[in-house]
Design a protein around this ligand. Structure first.
Ligand code: IDP
Ligand code: MG
Length: 138
C-alpha cells in the first residue's frame, strides 16, 4: 500500500557529499520524494524531534550532533514506505548493518549513522507534520 515516511540525511552524510547517492538509493527503491528541504536544525528543534529519546544517555550528544551541520529532510512515498526505507537504511549501528545498506555504506558511527527513517506509520505521520505542511507536497 502506498505510504509516506520521513527521512533525514544527517549532518555526517551531508558533509561527505552523499546527498546524491542516498537520494538515488531512495528513488531506485521506489521511495519517491514528495517534499525535500535542506536546513540547519536548532538544538530545540532536534530535541523536539527526538523527544521520545529524552531519557536516553545519548540524548544530549545526539541532539548536539543533529544540529552540527545542515541536514536534508525528505518525505518519501512508496509501497510500504516505512519498512522499505528501514530495510534500505540498515541497522542503527553501521558496523552491524547489512552490506549494501545506506548505513553500512555511509554511516560513520552508531550516532553519526547517515540517515533517519520513521519506524512506524503512526510515527511517520507525526514526523512529517513536524517538518512539513500539506501545501509543501508535490
Ligand atoms: P534508529 O535511528 O535506527 O531508529 P534509534 O534507537 O531510534 O535508532 O536512535 C535514534 C538515533 O540515536 C540513532 O539513529 C543514532 O543516531 C542515535 N543513537 C542510537 N543509539 C545510540 C547509542 O547507543 N549511542 C549514540 N547514539 C545513538
Ligand atoms: Mg528510531
Amino acid at each position: 500500500m502506498a505510504e509516506r515516511t520521513l527521512a533525514i540525511i544527517k549532518p555526517d552524510a551531508v558533509a561527505k557529499h552523499a546527498i546524491g547517492d542516498i537520494t538515488r538509493r531512495y528513488e531506485e527503491a521506489g521511495l519517491h520524494p514528495k517534499a525535500i528541504r535542506m536546513m540547519r536544525l536548532s538544538k530545540a528543534s532536534a530535541e523536539g524531534f527526538y523527544a521520545v529519546h529524552r531519557e536516553r544517555p545519548f540524548f544530549n550528544d545526539l541532539t548536539t550532533y543533529m544540529c552540527s551541520g545542515p541536514v536534508v529532510v525528505l518525505v518519501l512515498e512508496g509501497v510500504d514506505a516505512v519498512k522499505t526505507n528501514r530495510d534500505l537504511m540498515g541497522a542503527t549501528d553501521p558496523k552491524k548493518a547489512d552490506a549494501g545498506t545506506i548505513r553500512a555504506v555511509h554511516g560513520a558511527s552508531i550516532e553519526a549513522n547517515a540517515v533517519h527513517g520513521s519506524d512506524s506509520v503512526d510515527n511517520a505521520q507525526i514526523e512529517i507534520r513536524y517538518f512539513f505542511s500539506e501545501s509543501e507536497f508535490s
